[in-house]
Design a protein around this ligand. Structure first.
Ligand code: KIV
Length: 271
């Protein structure tokens, strides 16, 4: 039986309790009202308004151009489409890295204007002062370690992180520091399953994996990837649960043919 009470919105406390009761957490990204309604109705525990919106919605090569205003716009739509799931909003590049005061100002703006339940930010020990500042003001923070796409120009590649012993050890230490700083959960992106298991056993807050194996407390995928809508990268960790891209193509081709051949609209579809 789920520890979450039916009819109530999932909270950060529910997410913490799910780790304690070994109930796996299902998280997906969402960027708009219609999709949020579907993902929420299907029982997803967390909807992340990810800055991956920059890739799959806006068509940017990286997440770096995304702004606080854009995140708020998408988050407002997702919150309106959600009754049950906890909505978390990614803090975009340079909205929290400059100093803790600015991080709090931007986190507060996102929370006030979107109606979401938490924010997420990328980075390890270096982010502790910003996380403390934000959580001290009562805003829940989800951390994000491993492959952190906002640092892509520093990494230079989207390869698996923490394969080397030294980086793996640092990642476990970073996770502990994020927990101490007040993060209620931590995303682990594209790291070896064994390292993710070690992190999961080392912290009392839930870990949510993406390309981090089955040992995490929950899983997250980019919804456009798992639904087969986005084809530009096909990382091996993405399981495609549908091929909606093909469905859309077939439907639109049929519509175009119908219009051209005067098969649409029919008498029944006219007034
Ligand atoms: O922006 C995003 O979609 C994310 C997920 C990959 C966790 O951060």
């Amino acid at each position: 039986m789920s520890i979450h009470q039916a009819g109530r919105r999932v909270t950060t406390q529910v997410i913490r309790d799910m780790k304690a009761s070994q109930e796996k957490i299902a998280m997906l990204t969402a960027y708009d009202y219609t999709m949020a309604r579907l993902l929420d109705a299907a029982g997803t525990d967390i909807l992340l308004v990810g800055d991956s919106v920059g890739n799959v919605f806006s068509g940017f090569e990286t997440t770096l151009p995304v702004t606080v205003e854009q995140m708020i716009y998408h988050a407002q739509a997702v919150v309106r489409g959600t009754e049950r799931a906890l909505v978390i909003v990614d803090m975009p590049f340079l909205s929290y890295q400059v100093n803790p005061e600015e991080a709090l100002k931007n986190a507060g703006k996102i929370m006030k204007e979107s109606g979401a339940g938490a924010v997420k930010l990328e980075g390890g020990a270096e982010m502790v002062p910003a996380i403390r500042k934000i959580t001290d003001a009562g805003v829940p923070v989800m951390g994000h370690l491993g492959l952190t796409p906002q640092s892509i120009h520093q990494f230079g590649t989207y390869k698996v992180r923490a394969r080397e012993e030294l980086e793996a050890v640092r990642l476990v230490q970073d996770a502990k520091k994020l927990e101490e700083a007040g993060c209620f959960a931590i995303v682990l992106e594209k790291i070896p399953a064994q390292v993710a298991e070690k992190v999961t056993a080392s912290v009392s807050v839930p870990t949510i994996g993406i390309g981090a194996g089955a040992g995490c407390d929950g899983q997250v995928l980019v919804s456009y990837d798992m639904l087969g809508l986005f084809n530009e990268f096909r990382p091996r960790f993405v399981r495609r649960y549908a091929e909606l891209g093909d469905t859309v193509l077939d439907a639109v081709k049929t519509y175009v043919t119908d219009v051209r051949q005067k098969n649409f609209p029919s008498k029944e579809e006219s007034y």
